[in-house]
Design a protein around this ligand. Sequence first.
Ligand SMILES: [Zn+2]
Length: 322
Amino acid sequence: MSEHNQSRKLTLADYCHKFAALKVSQRKQGEAPYKPILLLSVIDLISQGLIRENCIPVSDDLVNTFNKYWKIIGNPAYDGGLHYPFFHLQSDSFWYIKPKPDFNGLQPKTLNKLKQAVDYAKLDDELFDFLLDQNSRKELLDTLIATWFYESQKKLDNLLMINQDFEKQTGEECESYTYSNYQENNRKKFQLKKSLVREAFFRKTIIHIYDYQCAFCRLKAVRSISQTMVDGAHIKPISLFYNSKIDNGISFCKNHHWAFDRGWFTIDENYKIVVASNLQEISPNAKPIKDFHGESIFLPNSEVYFPSQESLSWHKNNIFKA
Ligand SMILES: [Zn+2]
């Protein structure tokens, strides 16, 4: 049960609503997304297995993760700093601080003061359980990203940077680590590549670039900011390549995503659809897959976001079954 009085158990939808309605300070410099970035950081650490219990200390992992996201998608008009949201998220009634005995209850002014003032924070137990579960975690993450990081082109550019920056960071880490750091380096590299938050940004960015349409059939069906029938898909599978660069992405509706992943069709070097010859289809109410053979896919506005020839040809040679 939660620490505050609730007449009923809160559902996943309730927490999605709370994530979309965070009390974020708005001043003339614009929104200060401290709280969304703190939650992203916590989710990132949970998904990497670095937070396993509902007890969130001001750890180096948390500080570093927060700073990493703040640098890319924070508002540069504010100075940033984990100590703000770690304290103020209490006002959104699912985050609680366990103070040290002599804490005066006032906002700690620096990170060090925060560390001196609090033992740890905890979430509603229900919410923490949702964050441990892969599917509900994905929904909460999508809500957070769609609500707080998607309303301007500037932010989209920053989101694209998340992927590029992380790729770069992974490479830099390799170079700067000495042999004795090898194992540690591999662990970090692995975690960075496996970051669920990064994957969520990838999916959202791809869908956004394709204007929420399926590149194959142009279906666009959106119910809310976090519910759409279109997926941001990897051309070369994430499980094999960990490649979340934008040009390894393409947006497909659920059906065509499924068919693409199984090689029922591919895309040639001129961005034209090539359909396998042996499909058995009856589709009285929608255009059959085989009728798309030879048509051009729907492409993003800017050529820099087009699927890379390298990824497409890998798919054609390794997944597609003519
Ligand atoms: Zn489609």
